[in-house]
Design a protein around this ligand. Structure first.
Ligand code: CS2
Length: 500
């Protein structure tokens, strides 16, 4: 059996594999990170490693929190928190290239479902200065169209009544901050790194609404002293699989049970509003601080995530497993390029230093990356939480400008088509979405078959928690219905060709 990656094994890593450039034995915990999935471990954690090495300020080690599953803790504990980051792309001939680096910033992982008290204690630790989050869109327990806290969410309702054993991220934050206030400790920065519009402002609204409901004094303290910078995060990080683990172990000469695999590209833009200091994240290859991150977020959600979701629904319906396979289909690629160029890019005001044409070309190359199999089904999940900020804001802007939106309507119709739960080859899949039950009930009421497209489009777009005021827009509903009919009758490729 091969040796396991851990602190003692670092010295015997083959050359060419990067490792933490600082004295890890002196690293202290300053950050609590809720949602220690692959994305955080491929994005903020390696940038924290850069900061630790460059600045020598070792107050910024990360204590990760898994909200439910013990898998990350169980894999990383025997590895002293160490894991490998693999960055993959292809050279000019299409041959895969891979660089490996061991990341050291994660000191340990707590599992909230097993011991919520340990998470509260960590948030309320005197050394904690930042609590950051990558809990995915649905982790915010808000209504996607309005951004309001869902008081009827079972976890939120539970957490309002159980200060010692919260289940939701919002509950954990507020009850953890209550302990800080009670202990006379200082405020912290709450840093959302999820793909939500104005993610910091959104988090602030949810935290304050919850805190006010618990204790207005606490709400007032958080509002006055804690900060919630907005941030834009970008790196494609598919789920790691066994083939990745085997390939990485072969190069390392040791086993890593929990590596992460991503693309070389990385962007992290955030507002420099930190209540109790921050790591020197602004290193070459790391983050950038700006006064206002909102334009960067909007650009990223619309130009990267909008097309990503559109391609994922069309690709999954066509039975294509990965984004790069979907990009290799000329009809889908042509549609995607037209969607971005003709309908998305024109809604975006100029952002200093951003060249939209270059961004569009780079984006198509990132999606086509053949060395990074990214499952269309992975991106397709949680559509109800993703569509509003990825596609529907763009639709609203196009409607307001009196401009065309047919390609955007095809993307929405592709989601509707996807919600049938079966691809064009007749292969069934399950719909992963916190609102799957509601959506399926709505669509079941509209019926199936030749004449059902208009009813299905009306039922879906009429669903206000996702579509908000678009629910009453007849011309938009008609456009979605027409594309839905074309998808059903002629298939994904013909519908994409027609919309190019
Ligand atoms: C993807 C994103 O899974 C998804 O929904 O669209 O995770 C995407 O890969 C990242 O936001 C890219 O930065």
């Amino acid at each position: 059996m091969a040796a396991r990656l851990n602190a003692a094994a670092l010295a015997s890593l083959p050359s060419g594999i990067a490792r933490p450039g600082y004295d890890r034995s002196r690293l202290r915990a300053g950050i609590v990170h809720l949602g220690i999935g692959a994305f955080h471990r491929a994005h903020q954690a390696p940038v924290t490693d850069l900061a630790l090495a460059a600045s020598g300020d070792l107050r910024w080690g990360i204590v990760g929190v898994s909200l439910r599953s013990p898998a990350t803790r169980d894999a990383l504990a025997p590895q002293d928190g160490l894991y490998t980051l693999s960055l993959r792309d292809a050279d000019a001939t299409g041959a895969p290239r891979e660089s490996l680096a061991v990341v050291g910033a994660v000191l340990g992982v707590l599992v909230a479902a097993e011991d919520p008290g340990a998470v509260l204690a960590q948030i309320a630790h005197p050394d904690t200065r930042i609590v950051s989050l990558t809990i995915t869109e649905k982790g915010y327990c808000h209504e996607p169209a309005s951004g309001r806290l869902r008081r009827d969410d079972p976890d939120i309702a539970h957490d309002l009544a159980h200060a010692d054993a919260p289940r939701s991220a919002i509950g954990m934050l507020v009850h953890g901050l209550a302990r800080r206030l009670a202990a006379g400790l200082g405020p912290v920065t709450l840093l959302s790194c999820d793909n939500l519009p104005s993610n910091g402002d959104t988090l602030r609204g949810l935290v304050l609404e919850f805190a006010q409901a618990c204790d207005p004094v606490l709400g007032g303290w958080i509002a006055a002293h804690c900060t919630f910078p907005n941030s834009m995060v970008d790196r494609i990080v598919p789920r790691t699989d066994d083939a990745d683990r085997r390939r990485i172990a072969a190069r390392m000469g040791m086993d890593d049970a929990w590596p992460v695999v991503g693309e070389p590209f990385l962007e992290w833009v955030m507002e420099d509003r930190f209540a109790a200091g921050r790591p020197a994240w602004d290193q070459p290859g790391g983050a950038r601080f700006v006064a206002d991150a909102a334009p960067f977020e909007r650009l990223k959600l619309r130009m990267v995530n909008g097309p990503h979701s559109a391609l994922a629904y069309l690709g999954a319906c066509a039975g294509l497993d990965t984004v790069s396979q979907a990009m290799a289909d000329p009809d889908l690629r042509g549609y995607l390029d037209a969607l971005i160029g003709a309908e998305i890019a024109p809604t975006l005001p100029a952002v200093p230093g951003v060249d939209l044409a270059a961004l569009r070309a780079r984006l198509l190359a990132r999606f086509a990356n053949p060395a990074l199999p990214h499952r269309t089904q992975q991106i397709a999940m949680d559509g109800s939480q993703k569509l509003p900020q990825r596609l529907l804001g763009t639709v609203r802007d196009r409607l307001r400008a009196g401009a065309g939106y047919s390609r955007l309507a095809l993307a929405v119709a592709a989601w509707l088509h996807y919600l049938r739960g079966q691809d064009e080859r007749g292969m069934a899949y399950s719909i992963q979405d916190p609102l799957a039950g509601e959506l399926q009930a709505l669509l079941a009421g509209a019926g199936q078959g030749e004449d059902a497209d208009a009813r299905r489009a009306r039922a879906l777009v009429g669903y206000r928690p996702v579509f908000g005021d678009l629910a009453g827009h007849e011309a938009f509903i008609d456009a979605v219905a027409r594309h839905a009919a074309r998808l059903r009758r002629h298939g994904v490729r013909a519908a994409a060709r027609e919309a190019t």
